[in-house]
Design a protein around this ligand. Structure first.
Ligand SMILES: Nc1nc2c(ncn2[C@@H]2O[C@H](COP(=O)(O)OP(=O)(O)OP(=O)(O)O)[C@@H](O)[C@H]2O)c(=O)[nH]1
Ligand SMILES: [Mg+2]
Length: 133
């Protein structure tokens, strides 16, 4: 059986936990409209006949100078070093920001393959579809 680990990473409120819940088919991670809902690493395991994927939910990337946030950001960065693939989630509705692309590049430098997922496309106007990717 093939197995692999995937870190789901992106800005706070991007829809990372929602995506993991859908991929795993169970509500394993709390979802809320508030940023910084996920505060620690959470595992979601998808087991199929021939393969198994371990998704690691991570605290969203967020700029704030406090100890809780430092701890959360450290967990995200540690997770990103320790997986087979990074699934980088960008909120399509909020729009792709220069900051997202800079973060994406930072993770790409780590040498682990990065796959980009665009979330909230159901509420994203067509003209917002990113041209800079
Ligand atoms: N319309 C729509 N809403 C979404 C989608 N994905 C997530 N949301 C909403 O966006 C909000 C944030 O979703 P979360 O999954 O908690 O986001 P997160 O990236 O895990 O957030 P943090 O843990 O705070 O970093 C919630 O209100 C979700 O219901 C989507 O594809 N479409
Ligand atoms: Mg979350």
């Amino acid at each position: 059986m093939k197995s692999g680990t995937v870190a789901v990473i992106g800005r706070a409120n991007a829809g990372k936990s929602t995506l993991i819940n859908v991929l795993v088919g169970e509500k394993i991670a709390i979802v809320s409209p508030k940023p910084q809902t996920t505060r620690e690493r959470i595992l979601g395991i998808l087991t199929e006949k021939d393969y198994q994927v371990v998704f690691e939910d991570t605290p969203g990337i967020y700029k704030a100078n406090n100890r809780l946030n430092d701890f959360m950001q450290r967990q995200t960065n540690d997770t990103a070093r320790d997986v087979d693939l990074i699934l980088f989630v960008i909120d399509g509705h909020a729009g792709v920001k220069e900051e997202d692309l800079e973060t994406l590049k930072r993770f790409e430098k780590g040498g682990i393959p990065v796959l980009l997922a665009l979330s909230k496309t159901d509420i994203m106007p067509a003209e917002k579809f990113p041209k800079n990717l």
